[in-house]
Design a protein around this ligand. Structure first.
Ligand code: PLP
Length: 384
């Protein structure tokens, strides 16, 4: 069966160019970069090159890039590292719609007596900046607010938020996992001290990420061990994956503007097509906010996201649902709930996320099939 992949916020296809860039490090260049002999010396240079590419995508200095194993590790490292480096402060600020890589790291500190404040969002998914301003006056150790939401694609005004945090004298981290490679992600435009990215969201493999750490940021080392990454993260470097991330960042930098325009055009076509054919009781979550060019989160009244996914999957279409099965009932995700989407809509939220490889024909196929699925499910829904 032909397949139609619309789940790129979950993970992306590894670019063929990235695979080519990684292969030599499995076959020939397998030395340990810390070794003094030539096996090690040979590969060190490629780590430096990859670090330069990641830094170039982010407009950073290569010395400010720390390689990690994933976005989750980058997020954990930022939160733990900043909190541990400021033992005199006992507050942490984050948002209610963060990925659990940030939320769980922050909530962990509650057990140790920290006050963790989760800033709310409005119905369009936008952060409550008044609440943030009030909370900042109480001097948090770290503020971790994402650059764009993985479920809705809603973009937060990180430049403004970062300025507020810096004025309050706190450390600012942003989870940029969903923006890197999709929209310009330049640290000189964002007054952040730390920024996380993840390889598998931008056509590198799973299992590699990076944390940007602005020079001078106080950060306690999270993964203790050897002196790799200038003592900021122990562990022998994952050379093939680092090379792959470097190549993925280079590709993203070269093609970003054109790809973003194309994804936005296809995403808009997808939404218009679906709205035209299912006009009744269909909402685009976060649709009134600035959004990532590739993400569409649609709520269909009266039906369940899981049922939609099941029917889509039968037709070869891979998307994702905004609900998670908790204790036998379908609970809308924490993001959709935080936005206050009414429960009869929230249960039917479905995310379509595109990539540079998404084609017009694939979008047309989805537009053709979603309305008939929605109609069929509504016919048997007790709510409609
Ligand atoms: N942060 C965001 C916003 C994400 O979307 C994800 C993955 O879905 C992560 C962090 C975690 O990244 P990783 O899967 O590389 O650990």
């Amino acid at each position: 069966m032909k397949t139609f992949y619309f789940d790129n916020n979950a993970t992306t296809q590894v670019a063929p160019e990235v695979i080519d860039a990684m292969m030599p490090f499995f076959r020939d260049l397998w030395g340990n970069p810390s070794s003094m002999h030539h096996f090690g010396g040979q590969v060190k240079h490629y780590i430096d090159k990859a670090r330069e590419e990641v830094a170039a995508l982010l407009g950073a200095d290569p010395a400010e890039i720390v390689f990690t194993s994933c976005g989750t590790e980058s997020d954990n490292m930022a939160v733990y590292g900043a909190v541990e480096a400021a033992p005199e402060k006992v507050r942490i600020i984050t948002s209610r719609v963060e990925h659990y890589a940030v939320l769980s790291a922050c909530r962990h500190f509650k057990k140790h007596g920290y006050e963790v404040v989760e800033i709310g969002v409005d119905g369009d998914g936008q952060l409550n900046l008044h609440q943030l301003k009030d909370e900042l006056s109480k001097g948090p150790a770290v503020v971790s607010i994402m650059a764009a939401n993985n479920e809705t694609g809603v973009i937060f005004p990180i430049e403004q938020i970062g300025r507020m945090v810096k004025q309050a004298g706190s450390v600012m981290h942003t989870d940029a996992v969903q923006i890197a490679g999709k929209i310009p992600t330049k640290v000189h435009d964002m007054p952040v001290d730390m920024l996380s990215i993840s390889g598998h969201k931008l056509h590198a493999p799973k299992g590699i990420g990076a944390l940007y750490v602005r020079k001078g940021t106080r950060l306690q080392t999270f993964l203790l061990g050897g002196h790799q990454e200038e003592g900021r993260r122990g562990g022998t470097e994952n050379v093939p994956y680092i090379a792959g991330l470097g190549r993925a960042c280079e590709l993203a930098r070269d093609n970003l503007a054109g790809e973003a325009d194309n994804m936005a055009r296809l995403r808009d076509k997808l939404e218009q097509g679906i709205l035209q054919n299912c006009p009744k009781d269909t909402l685009i979550n976060g649709g009134k906010s600035p959004r990532l060019p590739n993400t569409s989160n649609i709520s269909f009244f009266g039906i369940e996201g899981e049922a939609i996914l099941y029917h889509l999957s039968d037709l070869g279409i891979a998307a994702s649902s905004g609900s998670a099965c908790t204790s036998g009932s379908l609970e809308p995700s924490h993001v959709i709930r935080a936005m206050g989407v009414p429960p009869e809509h929230a249960a039917g939220s479905t995310r379509f996320s595109l990539s540079r490889y998404t084609t017009e024909d694939e979008v047309d196929y989805v537009i053709r099939h979603v309305p008939e699925i929605v109609e069929r499910l509504r016919e048997i829904s007790p709510f409609v």
